[in-house]
Design a protein around this ligand. Structure first.
Ligand code: NAP
Length: 342
């Protein structure tokens, strides 16, 4: 089978197309014939030897997300069968050879999620890191439920920082599907159009407007929860617009200095900072998130593509290095690799 590998950390020129034998699943594992691989910032960070998924030296296959068809199941696996369409989550976490940039991968069964009929493989490969991170960030707030469904966030105002980003896009869609009022921030008009297409009720250009004044005007009682991509850069903004007992759930510190908390102000607000890392949320949170994401897909609430606020950028497997560079260079939208035909 064709596989993309790297053996030492570094730039994308390390990514090499090789031929490897198809691996067999052990008990509790599933072999998936990968159709589409999804690329996220964590993948180039791991390849460079940084980020939360950086790890072992030796042969590694990049990319955590993907979608395909179950090809073989190990003993004891019952929730999927050969021939099922599935999507994958954290495929390569602590399993360097299980990345999705190859024609077949073997992963533990709890990382294999049935793909609803309503979803194609491109949507399936766009879900893992963005959608489950967004789900986690939306379900860790005070007084908020740990499951999402229509009405789950009714009456709550959610501020999504960076609504044109991949996680921001999923957070807007999931919050909207769950009945929240959704405000988002962006840095230009093109990103504003994408965030609106994703379903945000209100879009604030934080480079052009007084974001605090605008968000305060939109939500006079304060924001209930924040889904944050730049916790340090946005701390002054967030603490100025949240209500008492709000939660700032942060999954990144882009452009970040270390976070300095004004303890007195945070205490006055009874504020919660919740840090989110998908790799360590645990199997139960992943299962809950995947079930809710699949329900949202069945409701047609998680479309991708430019008209839905997430432009797609497609590469063949041979050009995985270009796909990595596209993500590393902050391409707006979702970068996908067509590994093979279904
Ligand atoms: N903790 C986790 O489990 C987890 C999961 C997924 C992703 N991440 C990390 O989260 C980051 C984003 O991932 P992604 O896939 O969503 O990337 P992406 O698609 O490149 O989106 C990043 C977005 O952040 C926005 N942004 C940056 N600084 C901002 C600020 N001060 N205010 C508002 N928006 C800001 C950017 O827009 P502008 O530049 O236009 O502002 C951009 O739209 C990456 O660092 C990634 O590694 C972490």
């Amino acid at each position: 089978m064709k596989a993309i590998i790297y053996t030492t950390p570094g730039d994308s020129s390390r990514l090499t197309l090789v031929d490897r034998s198809v691996p067999d699943p052990a008990p509790g594992e599933v072999r998936v014939r990968v159709v589409v691989s999804g690329v996220n910032p964590t993948d180039w960070k791991a390849r460079e030897g940084s980020g939360s998924a950086a790890g072992s030296v030796g042969e590694s296959v990049p990319n955590q997300d993907g979608a395909g068809i179950v090809d073989a199941v190990g003993e004891g696996v019952s929730h999927v069968r050969v021939g099922d369409r599935v999507w994958l989550v954290i495929a390569a976490y602590q399993r360097p050879r299980s990345g999705t940039a190859q024609e077949y991968t073997v992963v533990p069964a709890d990382r294999v999620i049935p793909l609803p009929d309503e979803a194609d493989f491109e949507l399936g490969a766009s879900l893992g890191v963005p959608a489950l991170t967004a789900h986690r960030a939306l379900t860790v707030a005070e007084d908020a439920p740990d499951r999402l469904h229509p009405g789950a966030l009714r009456g709550r105002t959610v501020l999504v920082a960076g609504g044109a980003g991949a996680v921001g896009h999923a957070a807007i869609q999931l919050a909207r599907w769950s009945g929240a009022r959704v405000i988002t921030t962006v840095s230009n008009d093109a990103k504003a159009a994408l965030a609106r297409a994703a379903g945000a009720h209100d879009v604030v250009d934080y480079t052009q407007e007084d974001a605090v004044a605008r968000i305060r005007a939109l939500a006079p009682d304060g924001v209930d929860q924040v889904v944050e991509v730049a916790v340090s850069a946005n701390d002054a903004l967030n603490t100025a617009v949240v209500r008492e007992r709000a939660t700032i759930a942060t999954y990144a510190n882009d452009r970040g200095r270390p976070l300095t908390v004004d303890v007195g102000q945070a205490m006055r607000l009874n504020l919660r900072y919740q840090f989110v890392l998908l790799y360590t949320v645990g199997a139960e949170a992943i299962t809950r998130g995947a079930e809710d994401v699949n329900a949202a897909i069945r409701d047609g609430a998680l479309p991708i593509g430019e008209a839905a606020g997430l432009p797609l950028h497609r590469f063949p497997l041979e050009r995985t290095a270009d796909a990595h560079d596209a993500v590393q260079n902050n391409t707006v939208g979702k970068v996908l690799i067509q590994v093979q035909q279904p």
